[in-house]
Write a protein that binds this ligand. Structure first.
Ligand SMILES: *[C@@H]1O[C@H](CO)[C@@H](O)[C@H](O)[C@H]1NC(C)=O
Ligand SMILES: *[C@@H]1O[C@H](CO)[C@@H](O)[C@H](O)[C@H]1NC(C)=O
Ligand SMILES: *[C@@H]1O[C@H](CO)[C@@H](O)[C@H](O)[C@H]1NC(C)=O
Ligand SMILES: *[C@@H]1O[C@H](CO)[C@@H](O)[C@H](O)[C@H]1NC(C)=O
Length: 481
């Protein structure tokens, strides 16, 4: 116990002693490449004839009593014991200790300074060639090794947009669940010295091809030029493409030609013959899969569209005038106008019943005669009578020419005028102007449903949703790993 106490008091004495002896204070020098630094080791004048040693970490640099000890390049000790280092490099970042050796009975005392040579970041990608190629479903493991003083922080960008990562990380690992995760991943290293430094890694994901079209239902007529146009949205590795009819490759000649412009593949009929009308397939295939887009080259009318025009859409309490237009290269034989109450009064037999639920299956079909014009634009006006006052209706129209029935139009909503002396319980129907909605499936409308629709906007929305989910999963993965 006594011994311990003695040692303790001795070390306190040494500490107090060294504070008294050193006239310099410990310093942290933050400096830059090529600079010169002078580290002090000033001692009380009375302490002459002292021996001073300088250390870099644990390595002896120089000794005031040993002239033969060669100091490293760019390093020297002055007569006043200051240590000077010129032309600083990154390797000079370290702690430097000045040790004063005094005659017995005093022990040596030390003072430690440090130098931090600040320099801008450098980055090296992982993998070094900056290129990663995986199959869909495999893992992508990329990173950036950044050097610099102070230690750089790393942010990531994908295809130029910042990635919402929860922390600064040098490594990113994710599953290539979707082809849209491919792209250029860039790390940005920044430490406040100089400009941020970036390095890029290109991630390529192999998957089955993806094809699409803006128009799968192509309306035409004999003798006209017709174009089927498919877009090869994705093909890594490259896809073999073919145009098929009834499962067989199409015979090309002067009249039926194929044109490829970037990723747009077109099948062009310079002058359509009756035998050309039918179903076509554009197919793209690589070793990971196959994608088809189906086309119908047809003479049936295009989808009709209702016109909304307050001057022409005349409404009374029991009637409403509808106007629509349709493209057809042939005479329209007839239209089918489908009608049902949307909300409001359901029937004259129950004058006080109102509902806000759309009725499920009350479509009423009205056959409207066509016109004798050859088109291509046909317009029709029809006044629906026998409607109930203060009622919102919805209407759909289909058109028929010699090739058959068109697909159904978008739904039009319209309202009849309020009846005499009647008040409306919930809202004023006269405020409702006709509004158009996207085409919808019609139940119990067999003839108009000959063709499957390719709902491209919905498909895109679905892709986007999937991607959002994937990004979320990655985010969660990064967070928990
Ligand atoms: C330091 O000196 C070297 C050689 O002269 C030069 O290449 C380098 O750019 C200098 N660094 C700075 C930060 O000035
Ligand atoms: C110690 O010596 C160096 C070189 O002569 C000089 O630059 C420095 O100012 C001196 N420091 C003191 C405290 O005298
Ligand atoms: C075209 O395809 C549809 C189904 O998508 C089919 O019902 C129809 O019969 C086909 N038409 C021809 C001419 O093969
Ligand atoms: C279609 O409507 C008719 C009468 O409007 C009905 O008899 C028939 O069962 C309906 N068909 C379907 C598939 O709902």
């Amino acid at each position: 116990m006594k011994v311990l106490l003695i040692i303790l008091s001795f070390s306190i004495a040494t500490l107090v002693e060294s504070e008294k002896v050193f006239k310099s204070v410990p310093v942290v020098v933050k400096t830059y490449e090529n600079d010169t630094v002078l580290l002090p080791c000033y001692i009380d004048e009375s302490e002459a004839k002292l021996r001073v040693r300088w250390y870099k970490g644990d390595t002896l640099l120089g000794d005031s009593m040993d002239a033969h000890h060669l100091m490293p390049l760019r390093t020297r000790m002055h007569a006043n014991f200051s240590l000077q280092i010129d032309g600083l490099t990154a390797q000079d970042t370290s702690e430097y200790t000045c040790e004063v050796v005094r005659p017995e009975p005093w022990g040596p005392i030390r003072q430690t300074h440090s130098i931090e040579v600040q320099y801008s970041p450098t980055v090296k990608t992982i993998p070094e060639d900056g290129f990663v190629e995986v199959r869909k479903g495999e893992y992508v493991d990329i990173g950036c090794e950044a050097n610099g003083t102070p230690k750089p922080i790393i942010d990531w960008r994908k295809n130029g947009d910042p990635m919402a990562l929860l922390e600064h990380r040098s490594r990113i690992r994710f599953r290539a669940q979707h082809r849209l995760l491919a792209g250029v991943y860039e790390c940005v290293a920044f430490n406040g010295v100089g400009d941020p430094v970036t390095a890029a890694i290109r991630v390529i994901i192999h998957d089955a091809p993806v094809v699409s079209t803006d128009r799968s239902f192509v309306h035409t007529a004999i003798g006209l030029r017709a174009v089927l146009s498919a877009k090869l949205e994705f093909a890594v590795p490259p896809a073999r493409t073919t145009w098929l009819r009834d499962g067989k490759p199409i015979k090309l000649d002067n009249r039926v030609v194929m044109i490829v412009t970037e990723n747009i593949h077109q099948l062009i009929f310079r002058s359509v013959r009756k035998s050309d009308l039918g179903n076509y397939t554009f197919r793209a295939e690589n070793k990971l899969g196959m994608a088809d887009v189906l086309f119908k080259l047809t003479g049936v009318p295009n989808i009709a569209s209702f016109k909304v025009d307050t001057a022409l859409n005349k409404a009374t309490t029991t009637s409403y005038t509808l106007i629509w237009e349709v493209d057809s290269y042939f005479t329209i034989i007839e239209y089918n106008l489908w009608l049902r109450p949307y909300y409001g009064k359901l029937s004259a037999s129950e004058p006080d019943s109102f509902t806000t639920e759309p009725p499920s299956n009350l479509w009423r079909k009205i056959t409207v005669p066509g016109d004798s014009s050859d088109g291509p634009i046909h317009s029709a006006t029809y006044t629906v009578r026998g409607l109930s006052p203060s009622t919102v209706y919805e209407a759909i129209v289909t058109s028929r020419n010699r090739f058959g029935w068109s697909k159904p139009s978008a739904t039009l909503h319209f309202a009849t005028e309020p009846g005499v002396g009647k008040t409306l319980p919930s809202f004023d129907y006269t405020d409702i102007t006709p509004t158009l909605e996207e085409p919808q499936e019609i139940y119990n409308l067999t003839k108009a449903q000959i063709f499957e629709r390719l709902d491209m906007p919905n498909r895109k929305a679905r892709d986007f949703l999937n991607l959002t989910t994937i990004l979320f999963v990655i985010g969660a993965y990064l967070f928990f790993s």
